[in-house]
Ligand binder design. Sequence first.
Ligand SMILES: *Cc1c(COP(=O)(O)O)cnc(C)c1O
Length: 388
Amino acid sequence: MVLRYLHFYAPRGLRVARAQGQYIWDLEGRRYLDAHTGHGVAFLGHRHPRIVEALREALDTVMVAPPGMAGPWLEEMLEALTPLLPGRMEYVTLLNSGAEAVELALKIARRVTGRRGIVYFTGSFHGRTMGALSVTSSNPLYRKGYEPLIPGTRRARFNHPEDLDKAIGEDTAAAIVEPIQGEGGVNPATPEFMKELRRRCDEAGCLLVVDEVQTGFGRTGRVWAHEHYGVEPDILAAGKAIGGGFPVSMVAVPGWVAEKLPPGFHGSTYGGNPMAMKAVAAASRVLVEERVPEQAAEKGARLRGILEEMLEGARVVRRVKGMGLMIGVELRLRPDPVLRCLQEEKAILALKAGSTVVRLLPPYLLAGKDVEALARGVADCVLRLQGG
Ligand SMILES: *Cc1c(COP(=O)(O)O)cnc(C)c1O
């Protein structure tokens, strides 16, 4: 019998040999500019020296320690994270994936409020586990065949503040939102929507869960995308970029939430392991010292500016959208040929979002020439689609 791998994703026709900074090399030695970064994970660049150093330190000292027996790496991480977390967040815990962070956020909301309702939005993506999937609606195929999912969820329209009074009520434990929907198509929330969501949650006594698994850690030009809106979460979920490439996720809550959680209310074998904590500490220091959010804002604006200029008037383009280095080019057609053209002809890796969007999630350390190559490559491949 030949053992084969059960793939969840369609193969991209590329075999990776190694990666460094903003580049990936395939087995033939061809170099690609990486605007995929493993769905945004390698936002600090591949193998950032500070992350490699931190992980090496861990490998040389400790790889495994039970969650109740943390060493100095715990304090080190808390200290590095403190300046990055929103003011009211006094507690943080680590898990292993974005979906797990969302699961915990939903569990906390139910536990703390004693209510069961969870409101989520059209176009949302929060992960593929049963709980996270129950509040995901970006693609009906993700849910197909898995129902019944968890009861008590209710879907409302994204960016329709007028619907929130009705959608959120006395039985609502939480509303969960992405400030910019990633998987669903790079759709930024409107300021009115975020403000009304915060107001309605306060009024109805439900917790606002902000899922920053994709938008967080500097990508949008602020440490957290919710900062653009002046709206603070009650529960913050993060993942992807926070470990500088190491698989780890995080949930942060204010003191008044943490106080209502008894010992043993959740558990995770790998959650908060020494490797993950060292990685998060190192990534946090890099974010501050290298002014990562500021660089993402500057380079994102430049990338977007060139793209908009080159694509102006293009019939196949609906709009260019996003914030910082989270950019979507929304087309009137499927984006697959553009992604193929980018990979094969321009040696650029990008990804899809929704059914019509080319999504760019490059690392913050792009050089000026990378920004130009990326913009030109995308514009060329998009324009080719319309035969222009
Ligand atoms: C990727 C993503 C998740 C799920 O993260 P996994 O690590 O794949 O479980 C959840 N929420 C958002 C917004 C994401 O982009």
